[in-house]
Write a protein that binds this ligand. Structure first.
Ligand code: 99T
Length: 201
């Protein structure tokens, strides 16, 4: 399986972590690409019309995207047990994943506003609006963190990855000061092998 990837992407990292947890990381052939919303390599466009990563080309040539679909594919096909099948556990895990992914979507838009959009067209109101989504999500995660324990599922893995991405791109936000319980959970949970092995440089 070929995975279009970039080490900076939290969505790609989620896929790599799930592959490690499922014991199939060695089946991923990593194809590193650089991209922004206004410059997408032709090879990726040919496989994914949306031109986003992660995109996973299966051995039968079919391309899967986005990260949630790829993670569900890996977890189902290789029996990772990271996405509970039914009941409260399922909806809690998927909701947590949605919170973490939305957090990353907002942080990535902040990154693109500063890095891709020409300086004279940048809008601080847009950046504030996106950062406020992250801040509100952090408040919710802080209030729920006492229920995480050492649970490892698609939700808790996604949260850990989102927090590390925030450290990587938005260190000045100093999220730990506002979310001490979440920070304590993260310190322990982020020692997990799959997370250590995929840390962004
Ligand atoms: O928006 C684009 O055209 C290119 N951007 C991406 O492909 C980003 C890379 S993260 N990926 C996504 O936005 C995927 C989101 C999707 N819902 C999923 O797969 O879950 C780049 C981060 C960085 O460079 O800091």
């Amino acid at each position: 399986m070929k995975l279009y990837h970039n080490p900076a992407s939290p969505f790609v990292r989620k896929v790599r972590v799930v592959a490690l947890e499922c014991g199939v990381a060695d089946q991923l052939q990593l194809e590193e690409i650089a991209l922004t919303p206004v410059s997408t390599p032709d090879t990726l466009q040919a496989d994914n019309p949306l031109g986003k990563i992660p995109s996973l080309v299966l051995d039968n040539g079919q391309c899967l995207y986005d990260s949630r679909v790829i993670c569900e594919y890996l977890d189902t096909e290789f029996k990772g047990g990271l996405i509970p099948a039914t009941g409260d556990a399922r909806w809690q895990a998927l909701r947590l994943q949605a919170t973490a992914d939305g957090f990353c979507d907002a942080a990535v838009l902040v990154r693109y506003e500063g890095f891709v959009r020409p300086e004279d067209k940048q809008w601080s109101g847009w950046i504030d609006g996106q950062l406020n989504k992250c801040r509100r999500a952090l408040d919710v995660l802080e209030s729920e963190s006492s229920t995480f324990g050492d649970r490892c599922d698609i939700g808790t893995l996604s949260v850990a990855i989102a927090l590390e991405y925030f450290d990587f791109r938005n260190a000045d936000e100093q999220w730990r000061k506002k979310a001490p319980s979440l920070a304590a959970w993260y310190e322990a949970f982020s020692q997990r092998k799959s997370l250590q092995q995929t840390k962004p440089a």
